[in-house]
Write a protein that binds this ligand. Structure first.
Ligand SMILES: [Zn+2]
Length: 232
């Protein structure tokens, strides 16, 4: 994809959060898109905003594809693939090349995101590469982001889900909840108040009323009882 297609828009991030049912973080690019333009794969920075190294670059987000890949996993495809890697030298070589490409692509993502090298995860890819198959979602995410011919087992898994999903069609309608607000930071901010002590809540409330006087800001972060009343 070109830079414009890769760059996530606010709408893309909203869609990703709806697809996953939680707010997304540290997504720096869209790895693959549906024919309609919706994200299929979120590309996460190799170092998260909190500093933690993150080896799994491509994350499958489209519910139709993730469910289809889960069916393949449940059918025992990963064991069968891992056994073939031990007996089929040609496949093993191609899979190792996929691993190397994954690492190179992740380096590029890191540099485009301004993060640079992440030595902690040098040589570590994902999904079991280069010698095993531990997560088909990872391999399919890689195949969708890299295009056909890069990850042989990701490509195979994509062929394996063809009765449920193919790249030439849009399966987005009804695939995730589009009503109401997307899972967002506001929700996580609210969640954060759950673990606070009474003292911390009182301090938070005091800060809010100060800012309210100056800006008449909303009180979306106010701790609520289950009945909706504000805790006093
Ligand atoms: Zn679509």
């Amino acid at each position: 994809m070109n830079t414009a297609q890769r760059t996530p828009t606010p709408e893309d991030l909203d869609t990703l959060s709806r697809q996953l049912g939680r707010p997304v973080r540290d997504v720096v690019e869209i790895g693959a898109r549906c024919v309609c333009g919706n994200p299929l794969v979120a590309t996460t920075a190799p170092r998260l905003g909190n500093g933690i190294p993150f080896p799994t670059t491509y994350y499958l987000t489209h519910p139709v594809i993730t469910a289809a890949v889960s069916r393949l996993e449940a059918a025992g495809v990963m064991t069968e693939m891992t056994e073939r890697l031990e007996s089929d030298a040609e496949l093993a070589v191609a899979y190792r090349r996929a691993h190397e490409q994954y690492l190179a692509a992740r380096d590029e993502v890191g540099h485009r995101a301004g993060i640079g090298d992440v030595p902690e995860i040098a040589g570590v890819s994902a999904g079991g590469m280069p010698t095993r198959v531990k997560c088909l979602h990872v391999l399919v995410g890689h195949s969708l982001a890299a295009g056909p011919g890069v990850n042989p087992l990701g490509d195979e898994a994509l062929e394996g889900i063809a009765e449920w999903w193919t790249a030439d069609r849009c399966y987005c309608a009804g695939a995730w909840d589009v009503e109401g607000a997307a899972p967002a930071r506001d929700l996580s901010r609210h969640t954060r108040t759950q673990g606070l002590s009474a003292h911390e809540l009182a301090a938070k409330k005091a800060r809010r009323s100060v800012s309210k006087e100056s800006s008449d800001g909303d009180d979306a972060g106010a701790p609520q009882t289950p009945a909706g009343g504000v805790i006093s």
